[in-house]
Ligand binder design. Sequence first.
Ligand code: SAH
Ligand code: ZN
Ligand code: ZN
Ligand code: ZN
Ligand code: ZN
Length: 491
Amino acid sequence: MEISEANMDSFGIEVILPEEGKTAPRCPHGPTLLFEKVDNGGNKGRRFYACSACRDRKDCGFFQWEDEKVSKARMLAREAEMLSKRPRFTQQECCSRFVQFASLPFIEKKFCEDCQILLLPAEHSAHSAHRTTAVTAAQLRRPSILLCPLDNKKSNAQYLFTDRSAHFLLDTLVGLGYKKVLCVGTPRLQELIKLRNLEPMKSLLLDIDFRYAQFYSQDEFCHYNMFNHHFFGGEASRAVLDAFLTEADGEQVVMVADPPFGGLVKPLANSFSLISQTWKKLRNSGDSNIDIPIIWIFPYFFEPRILECLPALTMLDYQVDYDNHPLYKHGKTGRRQSPVRLFTNILPKQVVLPREEGYRFCSMCQRYVCSLNKHCTKCNLCPSKDGREWKHCSACGKCVKPSWSHCTSCGRCALPDHPCRQGDGGNGCFSCGSLEHQRKACPLRDMRRKNSLGPKAKSLGKKASPYLAKPGAKKKSGVANRAKKRAANAL
Ligand code: SAH
Ligand code: ZN
Ligand code: ZN
Ligand code: ZN
Ligand code: ZN
């Protein structure tokens, strides 16, 4: 079973952020995170450490009770595993290989698709049985196309921006005058910045996908885990970020993050806050209330969760879409509308959403909204979260989805065919806690399926794992109920 934001609440698991001075055991993905199981009565259970980055235990099986004594043998086995999981080249090696590669004549420029590496001439024979392709200079500048997106085999499934979304983001940042873009899990944005040659705009990519180290210099890429703020390259790598965050005259920095959607909001917010703190320290402008400008790209149904962690952010109506995500394409062309939005501390009215894509400015809300998102004078806001026109329910005292109607026995609005159980709050999605859909229709379900290796039944099978609620233990914890209430209030 995977620990993801979408099912944490239903299994009553919470992340405990690391206290200062306390060191967590490490897995190949850096310091692990401390989790705590909370039972139905809200009682705290035994705490355990698990991998920060992998939501499926098949990808990283690290597990340790907080109070567990670990044997010498197990420690050694762990160290051996960490060594075996290290990338085949160091970042420095990657850089010198890239320089060599770039100077090769075209016929000798080859990329091994099986190993996902650029090959130097001396290595061609060793990869002769593999699928290899020629690499043009243009392809070398588009690693996000050359590399195959990580998919269901890894917990970090990669969804790449469409040109439409990538250009929109970059145009917006250019328009706002930013000169440095910190790309956290946004390789395609970094690529576009270099491609468009927007001197003097600079970018730095922080990503866990080490394959990207092959294409960038050491001050353009850091091997980084955004769930525990871990730099695989140690102090040298941290220094690269520090240098990047240091603003010489007028070089304003902005950060754009597009984490995997199954990711846990709390540790992400914590890492982003740590980046902001570093930025503040380096700025020495005295104003400690100002945070680094940030755009966090995430599905709209996480809005309550994100605002709980980072209250300074506002969700914008812009729909971000992806090339390789079959379901989440823009507007009418795709099968469904993308649920992915921008969360930002940039003043909403400054982020101009394109009129030709159906956005308009709401002068009351002072932000750009979807054309169908009509301002409600009773709520005094543009209420729609999903791009459809919502309607006001006077009994509920707020706007609701167009498909909902007021149910007198539940005392609130719901889908007409909702399982009507008075005041129970028992309907909605068991998986993500949202009241707007049932589990079967959960928009996250598809993504999460892609994120785990095989059929659910398999991973649920053998090992008794603390990640799991007991089969049949349907009762939701206090945490789950709280989450449902939050979701309900927000929608
Ligand atoms: N839309 C983006 C890609 C988003 S996919 C674009 O087009 O540029 C999520 C990205 O986050 C991937 O690049 C993936 O490698 C990275 N990622 C996944 N888990 C991560 C982690 N724990 N730490 C840092 N980066 C991670
Ligand atoms: Zn791990
Ligand atoms: Zn209203
Ligand atoms: Zn109602
Ligand atoms: Zn759901």
